[in-house]
Design a binder for this molecule. Sequence first.
Ligand SMILES: *[C@@H]1O[C@H](CO)[C@@H](O)[C@H](O)[C@H]1NC(C)=O
Ligand SMILES: *[C@@H]1O[C@H](CO)[C@@H](O)[C@H](O)[C@H]1NC(C)=O
Ligand SMILES: *[C@@H]1O[C@H](CO)[C@@H](O)[C@H](O)[C@H]1NC(C)=O
Ligand SMILES: *[C@@H]1O[C@H](CO)[C@@H](O)[C@H](O)[C@H]1NC(C)=O
Ligand SMILES: *[C@@H]1O[C@H](CO)[C@@H](O)[C@H](O)[C@H]1NC(C)=O
Ligand SMILES: *[C@@H]1O[C@H](CO)[C@@H](O)[C@H](O)[C@H]1NC(C)=O
Ligand SMILES: *[C@@H]1O[C@H](CO)[C@@H](O)[C@H](O)[C@H]1NC(C)=O
Ligand SMILES: *[C@@H]1O[C@H](CO)[C@@H](O)[C@H](O)[C@H]1NC(C)=O
Ligand SMILES: *[C@@H]1O[C@H](CO)[C@@H](O)[C@H](O)[C@H]1NC(C)=O
Ligand SMILES: *[C@@H]1O[C@H](CO)[C@@H](O)[C@H](O)[C@H]1NC(C)=O
Length: 350
Amino acid sequence: MKSIPRVILCVSGLVSISILSLVTMPVDKEANVVGWSYNTTRNTTNYIPVSGNWTASLAPERGVCDRPGLLVMMVCSAPMNFEARQAIRDTWGAERKVQGHNMSVYFLVGETNNVSMQNDLQLESDQFGDIIQERFVDSYNNLTLKSIQMVKIATNHCLNTTSYLLKIDDDMFVNVPRLVSLILAVNKTRNLLMGKLICGARPIKNPSSKWYSPTYMYEDKTYPNYLSGTGYLMSLDVAQKLFEASLSTPIFHLEDVYITGICARKAKVKPFDNHMFTYRQLSKEPCEFRRLVTMHHFSPQDIRDTFRALNDSNIERTCAGYKPKRNTQSWLYENVISRNRTVSRRSRCS
Ligand SMILES: *[C@@H]1O[C@H](CO)[C@@H](O)[C@H](O)[C@H]1NC(C)=O
Ligand SMILES: *[C@@H]1O[C@H](CO)[C@@H](O)[C@H](O)[C@H]1NC(C)=O
Ligand SMILES: *[C@@H]1O[C@H](CO)[C@@H](O)[C@H](O)[C@H]1NC(C)=O
Ligand SMILES: *[C@@H]1O[C@H](CO)[C@@H](O)[C@H](O)[C@H]1NC(C)=O
Ligand SMILES: *[C@@H]1O[C@H](CO)[C@@H](O)[C@H](O)[C@H]1NC(C)=O
Ligand SMILES: *[C@@H]1O[C@H](CO)[C@@H](O)[C@H](O)[C@H]1NC(C)=O
Ligand SMILES: *[C@@H]1O[C@H](CO)[C@@H](O)[C@H](O)[C@H]1NC(C)=O
Ligand SMILES: *[C@@H]1O[C@H](CO)[C@@H](O)[C@H](O)[C@H]1NC(C)=O
Ligand SMILES: *[C@@H]1O[C@H](CO)[C@@H](O)[C@H](O)[C@H]1NC(C)=O
Ligand SMILES: *[C@@H]1O[C@H](CO)[C@@H](O)[C@H](O)[C@H]1NC(C)=O
């Protein structure tokens, strides 16, 4: 025994430990995703009633998408984020008409067991009429339920009145005029699913990661290409296709992978990349923002400050000599959005 080098002992020890753990760890003993253990049902119809009946516990009295429009923006929020919702209402969510087109904004939240918070939400809903609260526990690992509800609501209430749906989080800044210009330039009222495309991502196997994904939730080595969940745009026919696909697709807890990757693949809808949708933390530089559509990690105060800067009629003059700091394609910074450059082969993974 003495002659066996220590390193070999060490390696063989590791090998036998891992063989042992393979033998003694059946798949249902993999670390659980909180709320989605091995035995939790993932059948969408167990969470989302398919009947056309309105199931929300809070909803606008006048209905949803009651006014014909180009775009409905659904902001995925959490019950406690009162300040973020107010900042959005006071800034980028305030415009009801952009370049002659009608806009609407709704906030989607789940349930809270905090009675005082629920009372506050009720008051907020009475005052602004823009809250939709569906019947599921509001939590990070339930975001997929929120997004399925979103495409369901869009299908049931917006299909005949509205052309496009933007899914957006409440820590995002949306440059609405730029978004409208993009929508009009792309001019694709069917089969459009666009945002920041993520290609060839692999499930993260570290249980302490926010994006942990055990094999029992997703078996393949890579995810289908999908769009960052911070913000994505679709035509309303796509919302309907994704909702219908979700009814027969086991729920996966990462909403963007599920909706824009797994369900989109099933519905045969291809997600497109657009560089104006960003999800990384950028410098808070208005000259940069004026050319982007969505931006991430904005506190309510950031939203207010940026909106004030962008809504300044002098912005074009102020930024006339601005050179982008990052290594982005210069066409992004052109004032007019070209359809050819926006819907091109560049918009897919290589
Ligand atoms: C899942 O259910 C099976 C059969 O009822 C049971 O044997 C197993 O222990 C359960 N697994 C977990 C992780 O609860
Ligand atoms: C999901 O549940 C519905 C209703 O209970 C059922 O008809 C359907 O077959 C289930 N789907 C799957 C994939 O198990
Ligand atoms: C839908 O609502 C109608 C009228 O309120 C009711 O009669 C019906 O039972 C409801 N259907 C379901 C599936 O809840
Ligand atoms: C905008 O909404 C109003 C109702 O508020 C409607 O009369 C009008 O036709 C809509 N405009 C467009 C372009 O859809
Ligand atoms: C319940 O919500 C209120 C705000 O409506 C908040 O002040 C309080 O801290 C919350 N309580 C708990 C236990 O989270
Ligand atoms: C998600 O919502 C369902 C329905 O309300 C609830 O049973 C479940 O515990 C929630 N899961 C998480 C992870 O919050
Ligand atoms: C939308 O139009 C279709 C076809 O005209 C109709 O069957 C459907 O009920 C309408 N949906 C809504 C929500 O009005
Ligand atoms: C948008 O596309 C339609 C056909 O899909 C075409 O008829 C129309 O002229 C286009 N509009 C613009 C502004 O390019
Ligand atoms: C944007 O600026 C204009 C004046 O240039 C002002 O009338 C408008 O109220 C501002 N928008 C918001 C939502 O503050
Ligand atoms: C856009 O692309 C089409 C087809 O590839 C081409 O015919 C057209 O000239 C291009 N338009 C511009 C403005 O570059």
